[in-house]
Design a protein. Structure first.
Length: 659
């Protein structure tokens, strides 16, 4: 925390910075739905405000869905709880190259880093890792999945152990097994040999990879034998031995039985009271999401945090209580530097002015206190930077402030520099440097298209964030003002991605398009295919949705706060299924909306009724029974049964037509 120098306006600036920092800390992360990234057309991404307790930045967990399981089911699986607790970005992609009943095609195709969805998953991990706005530590990238997604995740982690530091395999058939092995008797597999073969020249990275293998005790779909076969197989890859005994993992009344291998390299879990589903913990719901077990995502966050073999666990020292004062032609710098795991070996103070820069170094006493004196300095305003180094070479976060040697100059406006902008969803963050020659900075504000926000100023650095921005090109104007009323401005540009992919009917049902504006152009261009619309500013404080060349567009309307409604299953599955999904509620007779009390009908396949929230399913994984939400009316035909449902309130649905 900055201790202000005794100059005009410094206390006011500090109080503003602290207030803004506290306010920002109370803000939670959010889901971005239907993001096109890493070779996938449809990815749901949760980016938390928190950072991982280890390493440098946030962790990344990619979660792969099971067969006949839309990715939106994971929006109610408590993934965001784990994300916030463990500083973990969560990405749930919809498979591009599906097989069977919308499964990840682990049993067919080439097992290669450059093939199909294996390539896409590696690209997804890499693309998200280099996205500065998400602040992901590449040493904390993990992959997990359920059922076919689990087998595919295991295969991907074996193909690219250099990319994935760990895996979470839930109810997954062993790698290299056939599709018959998923539902029938246990299919024997040499997981160790296959995994090493898949890795090829990358298998050296197995020395620092870890694996969590899990299964529900009540699973009657995928054979329980795979849990031990997979755990023993990965232990063989890592060359570690099983430890004796078991542990009980508890979350309230929910439990799992845990077996560990040496150094925590492999963990095997048995979820109590969980069938063939992702174990989501208390309150979790949705198709193939079970709320009776522990939160597996939270378990993974904790397991990866405690056992990651790649991060440097040495925490850098912390510099605090810094004070800078002038004494003649010298600057006196004092404060504290502490290291919780070792010792501080050096504290360096640098002094940068118009004529150049110089620095001094020193140590700390037994209490961590340091006291440094600059060499003789010419009259000028200096940027003073303090950095501490520990006994393992880790450097603290730099502390920066300004201090003057000599008489105060004439009043001049604050100077802005190093301004940049980054975006995440429909939020933009503007950062930069502000220096006031007279040391009487009052405030920094940033004006966006939808309002002006005050910036948090710490030392010479400032930051400001604004959300709910329209898609497309945007800009922000930064204004720095001193207590004398002098100010300076600078402008920075950025691009907001507010796009959603869906078919025409789904875009219309969500209000992005309508029959009066743009329908004919959109239909002629795209037919029933899924296509992307972006929300862009339309003037007068309104927005509209349009495609990349603005030939297909909707009406001017109020700008959304989240980039628009997700539109059900948004675009559906792009190919590979036997009977693949064409997206959304194809065949529906209209939107689910309507005025209160007005009866509406929807006619489509049972699967699409379920993904749109009008139905649910139970029973056999590949041949489930479907029922209407609210009335529990049975819906004949299993997954691909064609049925009509009606509702007068949009929440309770019955089989048949409106009365």
């Amino acid at each position: 925390m900055m201790i202000p120098s005794p100059c005009r306006g410094s206390f006011r600036g500090l109080a503003t910075a602290v207030a803004l920092t506290c306010a920002a800390g109370a803000h939670a992360g959010s889901w971005q739905q239907n993001v096109a990234v890493g070779g996938f057309n449809n990815v749901n991404i949760y980016t938390p405000d928190s950072r991982s307790e280890i390493g440098d930045g946030k962790a990344l967990l990619i979660v792969l869905h099971g067969c006949s399981q839309p990715i939106n089911n994971y929006l109610t699986a408590n993934l965001e709880v784990a994300a916030e607790e463990y500083g973990m970005v969560v990405a749930v992609p919809d498979a591009m190259n599906k097989a069977g009943f919308s499964c990840w095609s682990y049993w067919e195709g080439t097992k290669s880093r450059s093939a199909g969805d294996y390539k896409n998953l590696i690209q997804l991990a890499n693309d998200l890792s280099v996205d500065n706005a998400r602040d992901i530590d590449p040493d904390q990238v993990y992959i997990a999945g359920l059922s076919s997604g689990a087998a595919f995740a295991n295969t991907t982690a074996c193909l690219a152990p250099d990319v994935f530091a760990g895996m979470g395999i839930s109810a997954g058939p062993s790698i290299g097994t056939s599709s018959n092995g998923a539902l029938g008797p246990c299919e024997q597999a040499d997981v160790t040999s296959r995994c090493n073969t898949y890795a090829g020249s990358y298998k050296g990275a197995f020395e620092t990879q870890i694996a969590s293998i899990a299964h529900g005790y009540d699973d009657t779909t995928v054979n329980l034998c795979y849990n031990e076969q997979n755990a023993n197989g990965m232990a063989g890859v890592y060359g570690v031995a099983q430890l004796p005994g078991t542990n009980t993992v508890s979350e309230g009344s929910r439990t799992a039985d845990e077996t560990l291998w040496e150094d925590g390299r492999v963990s095997m879990l048995w979820f109590n009271n969980v069938d063939h589903a992702w174990s989501g913990g208390e309150g979790a719901s949705g198709g193939y999401i079970n709320g009776n077990g522990i939160n597996y995502a939270s378990y993974l966050g904790r397991y990866f945090r405690d056992n990651n073999q790649r991060v440097d666990r040495n925490q850098p020292p912390v510099v605090s209580h810094v004070q800078v004062t002038a004494s003649g032609d010298r600057l006196l710098v004092s404060g504290n530097a502490e290291d919780t795991e070792g010792s501080v070996t050096e504290v360096q103070a640098s002094f940068s002015g118009d004529a150049g820069s110089t620095s001094v170094t020193g140590g700390v006493d037994s209490s961590g206190f340091f006291n440094l004196t600059s060499p003789a300095l010419a009259d000028d305003l200096y940027e003073v930077t303090v950095v501490a180094t520990d006994d393992q070479g880790a450097r603290s976060e730099a502390f920066s402030t300004t201090a003057r040697v000599g008489p105060e100059p004439p009043e001049t406006a604050p100077e802005l520099s190093n301004i940049s902008a980054s975006t995440s969803g429909q939020c933009a963050t503007v950062t930069g440097t502000v220096v006031d020659e007279n040391q009487n900075l009052d405030q920094v504000s940033v004006a966006f298209s939808n309002g002006t926000v005050p910036a948090a100023v710490m030392g010479t650095e400032f930051t400001a964030e604004q959300c709910n921005l329209p898609g497309g090109s945007g800009s922000a104007t930064v204004t720095a003002t001193d207590l004398g009323g002098l100010s300076s401005t600078a402008t920075v540009s950025f691009t907001v991605d507010a796009g959603i992919t869906a078919d025409l009917d789904t875009h219309i049902a969500a209000g992005r398009l309508d029959y009066a504006v743009g329908y004919s152009n959109c239909y002629l261009e795209y037919g029933t295919d899924a296509f992307r619309l972006d929300e862009v500013a339309a003037g007068n404080g309104q927005c509209r949705w349009e495609d990349d060349d603005a030939t297909c567009y909707g009406p001017d309307q109020a700008c959304t706060s989240t980039g628009g409604d997700s539109g059900g299953d948004s675009g559906g599955d792009s190919g590979g299924d036997s009977g693949g999904d064409s997206g959304g509620d194809t065949g529906g007779s209209g939107g689910d909306g309507g005025q209160p009390g007005e009866c509406v009908e929807q006619t489509t396949y049972n699967y699409y009724h379920k993904t749109a929230g009008r139905a649910y399913s139970t029973g056999n994984y590949f041949s489930p029974d479907y029922f209407a939400n609210g009335s529990d009316d049975p819906m004949p035909g299993s997954t691909w049964g064609l049925n009509t449902l009606f509702s007068s309130d949009g929440s309770s649905w019955q089989l048949g037509n409106c009365p």
